[in-house]
Design a protein around this ligand. Structure first.
Ligand code: HEM
Length: 148
């Protein structure tokens, strides 16, 4: 992402983040609207998860200019998501849902912000999926040692 795009994301996030829990609750609303089957993977009470989600997003947005520094943590988060039942295709629904949530809270939405946010969210989900893939590959490797 260009420094200009990162600056636009930070400003947009600061405006949206000024309304705590709004973003997460709209995100989960959009996610479960688009994919009702995912609701059962989550706890009934989403309150603390909403806080975790907003915290994770804020951390990534703050560090967008050095996203490599977060790569390992995001990979670990992705590996944990396997246990919670997230499938690769769910991440695209999640990206769409997050864009919808941010857009719904942004009076100054534009095509540029749309593509900036998509790029930023993609920069989060790629290492998460990589982490899930590495986790799966390691399980395959471990089991492969049991053949012969
Ligand atoms: C933009 C991508 C995503 C981010 C940044 C994200 C972030 C997080 C965070 C920070 C947590 C809390 C971790 C903790 O408590 O330590 C979490 C939990 C969880 N996430 Fe995600 N997530 C993403 C995508 C997804 C997707 C696509 C699914 C699909 C089903 C999903 C399902 C879950 C579930 C089921 C939990 C655990 C709920 C529980 O506590 O039982 N997430 N996520």
């Amino acid at each position: 992402m260009t420094p200009e795009a990162i600056a636009r994301i930070k400003a947009s996030h600061a405006a949206v983040g000024a309304m705590p829990r709004q973003l997460a609750s709209r995100f989960y609303g959009a996610l479960f609207g688009a994919a009702p089957g995912l609701r059962r993977l989550f706890p009934e009470d989403l309150t603390s998860l909403q806080g975790h989600f907003e915290g994770a997003l804020a951390l990534v947005v703050r560090n967008l200019d050095e996203v490599d520094a977060l790569r390992e943590s995001l990979r670990e988060l992705g590996a944990s998501h396997i246990h919670w039942g997230a499938r690769p295709e769910d991440y695209e629904v999640a990206r769409e849902s997050l864009v919808i949530a941010i857009r719904s809270l942004s009076p100054d939405w534009s095509a540029e912000l749309d593509s900036d946010w998509r790029a930023a969210i993609t920069a989060i989900i790629v290492p998460m999926l990589e982490g899930a893939a590495v986790h799966t590959a390691m399980a395959a490797e471990r089991l492969a040692g049991e053949i012969d």
